[in-house]
Design a protein. Structure first.
Length: 91
């Protein structure tokens, strides 16, 4: 085989790989948008995280419609507290 046919075969394989990956990503996005695979009645969700340093981070969880603030990564994880209902305060 000559160099041209090897190059053509490599480009064809690369293009096929990119096409398959793009099809998988598109299918996953469509399924997520349609709600396929989402669990009904989900009670717990991570809303936001904030890295304080290389080990510790603040985690804002939502559980049954209420928000909980946790400090993780130190010698011991700590519950900072439940946030008041009604959303964040106005700036």
């Amino acid at each position: 085989m000559n160099d041209i046919s090897l190059l053509t075969a490599g480009l064809t394989a690369g293009a096929a790989l990119v096409a398959v990956l793009a099809a998988l990503l598109l299918t996953a996005r469509m399924a997520r948008a349609a709600g396929i695979g989402a669990r009904a009645g989900r009670r717990l969700a991570v809303e936001e995280t904030l890295a304080l340093d290389s080990r510790r981070r603040l985690v804002l969880l939502r559980c049954d419609g209420r928000s909980l603030l946790l400090l993780t990564g130190g010698a011991q994880d700590q519950v900072i507290g439940w946030l008041p209902e009604g959303g964040p305060p106005a700036p």
